[in-house]
Design a protein around this ligand. Structure first.
Ligand code: MET
Length: 236
């Protein structure tokens, strides 16, 4: 399949999460996901009721749209979703890298593709218990292993809503101690009109207290920068 279902292409803006936080980027958000996380902040790219708003585009058209946004200047392109791993991005990556663009993909580690090795950055976000994803734990762990082996330097990014999620993140860190990991507090306001930023700050402080108490020092704790700036606004 060469066509890709696109929910939105926007930017340049900054990456709001993970190790690449603060980096100027254009987001390419696919429509379609094999998961349905409880606190998903991008349901418009996940829930099939939004399918009519998704466009079916080929890689050349997607690349032309990116170039129009950046005035043909190379930038970091972040492939997100939905689950971008559903689609074949090898042609877009090839077109873009030849013109000096870099590519990051954000995915949950449930689908692995050969072309992942071509990505400049692979950000894998295993879903913690609070996401309530309907997947067998053993199967999820095998897929995670395969996903992390698909790229020379993958990164891990885990959303933490509660103590069970924190334990989940810690056990993955123990399994893969050499893979850089960021933790971010869950945004429980993703489906609400406004975000309680003070409560998000409290969640980050709670996370900080837990990691310090555990003397877990080779991890990075981050807020979602775009939520601080624009709350739940889309396309920013
Ligand atoms: N599904 C991808 C991930 O889990 C993209 C962001 S989640 C809306 O990282």
């Amino acid at each position: 399949m060469t066509d890709i279902y696109i929910s939105e292409i926007f930017g340049p803006t900054i990456q709001g999460e993970g190790h690449l936080i603060g980096k100027p980027t254009v987001f390419v958000r696919v429509g379609g996901c094999d998961f349905r996380c409880q606190w998903c902040d991008s349901l418009y790219a996940v829930d099939a009721v939004h399918r009519p708003s998704w466009e079916r585009l080929d890689s050349e058209t997607i690349f032309a749209r990116i170039n129009a946004l950046t005035n043909n200047q190379p930038i970091l392109v972040t492939l997100s979703g939905g689950n971008p791993a559903i689609f074949d991005f090898s042609t877009l990556i090839d077109l873009g890298q030849k013109a000096g663009f870099h590519f990051a993909m954000e995915t949950q580690g449930s689908i692995v593709k050969d072309y992942f090795r071509l990505l400049d950055y692979l950000i894998v976000s295993p879903k913690p218990p609070s996401a309530k994803v309907n997947i067998d734990a053993e199967k999820a762990s095998q897929l995670l292993e395969k996903t992390l082996a698909s790229h020379p330097s993958p990164q891990l990014k885990i959303v933490v809503a509660d103590a069970a999620d924190y334990a989940f993140a810690k056990s993955i860190h123990q399994q893969y101690p050499h893979i850089a990991m960021t933790l971010q507090p869950c945004n429980p306001f993703a489906h609400e009109p406004t975000v309680n930023l003070e409560q998000l700050n409290e969640r980050l402080k709670w996370l900080l207290a837990k990691t310090i108490a555990d003397e877990w020092y080779n991890v990075k704790l981050l807020p979602q920068l775009h939520v601080m700036l624009w709350q739940n606004e889309r396309g920013v």
